[in-house]
Design a binder for this molecule. Structure first.
Ligand code: SF4
Length: 275
């Protein structure tokens, strides 16, 4: 079992003298490409967008299937991209998603392709996604309680998301990963429960700090649950062990944890999950 605390890596630059590839300001080579397939979504997470949704992009402003396939080809062939992540908005709402994945897979037989989704509709599409060539899936889910889920997403769809997660695991969409944002006073107390659930299911759990992306401008630094706080919350009930396999380890306040076990357990630690 692994968990990850902290913020996702953002931003790369390509200095003209850095040679091929995408090099960030610390000299690290970025090999992951992240492509947003749509700005649309069928949830309305309070930390992401207002209840009425956003002014959606014109179709002409959204990458076409052909453009996406071409961009990936350029990334893999010329920029050292070795892993692809498809995101949104919500990528499952894109009608040509299966064709996009199939086209990319046809060009890049060995490229790991993952997708971040809110899980709505995943139960019906998991097998087709796998067949099209998707390697892995990350599902964003912040609560295991219907009322809290509905409060956070403004939609009463927790059962549908859970069905989607189960379907992804059943069809073998890699090691299913769960992304969770903790909101102070709303679901932060659920951190240990989410971890216990993920461990029991054999999923990898990643807690993500809330970023100031909310269209309602409600984000405050004080309101954000930091990675250090997340770790403190979990350590009240679990023993966390830093992951020795993580070569790019963030500072100790954040970090990846390859192993977790209840403080009260006298049995062997839970099995590690492959990355
Ligand atoms: S956080 Fe993700 S699931 Fe929630 S509204 Fe934004 S895009 Fe949709």
């Amino acid at each position: 079992m692994g968990i990850e605390l902290g913020m996702p890596h953002i931003g790369v630059q390509r200095p003209s003298d850095a040679g091929p590839g995408l090099i960030d300001s610390f000299g690290r080579k970025a090999t992951d490409m992240r492509l947003s397939l749509t700005d649309k979504c069928n949830l309305r997470c309070t930390y992401c967008m207002p209840a009425e949704g956003l002014d959606w992009l014109q179709k002409s402003a959204v990458l076409s299937r052909e453009e996406i396939v071409r961009l990936v080809r350029i990334g893999v062939d010329s920029l050292g991209v070795r892993e692809l992540r498809l995101t949104g908005g919500e990528p499952l709402v894109r009608a040509d998603l299966l064709q996009i994945i199939g086209d990319i897979r046809a060009n890049h037989a060995d490229l790991p392709i993952s997708m971040t989704t809110n899980g709505l509709g995943l139960d019906k599409k998991a097998q087709a996604l796998k067949d099209a060539g998707l390697s892995r899936i990350n599902v964003s889910m912040d609560s295991l309680h219907p009322d809290t889920f509905a409060q956070l997403t403004r939609r009463p769809f927790l059962d549908r998301v859970l069905r989607g997660i189960e379907a992804a695991a059943e069809v073998g969409l890699g090691l299913v990963k769960i992304n969770a944002v903790l909101m102070r006073g709303i679901n932060d107390h659920e951190a240990p429960e989410l971890l216990e659930w993920a461990v029991s299911k054999g999923f990898e759990l990643r807690f993500i700090e809330q970023m100031p992306l909310d269209a309602d401008h409600g984000w405050t630094r004080d309101g954000m649950i930091t990675a250090l706080e997340m770790r403190t919350l979990l350590e009240q009930q679990f023993v966390l062990t830093p992951d020795p396999r993580n070569r790019d380890a963030p500072p100790p306040s954040a970090g990846r944890y390859a192993e977790s076990r209840p403080l009260t357990s006298s049995s062997a630690p839970w099995a590690l999950s492959p990355r």
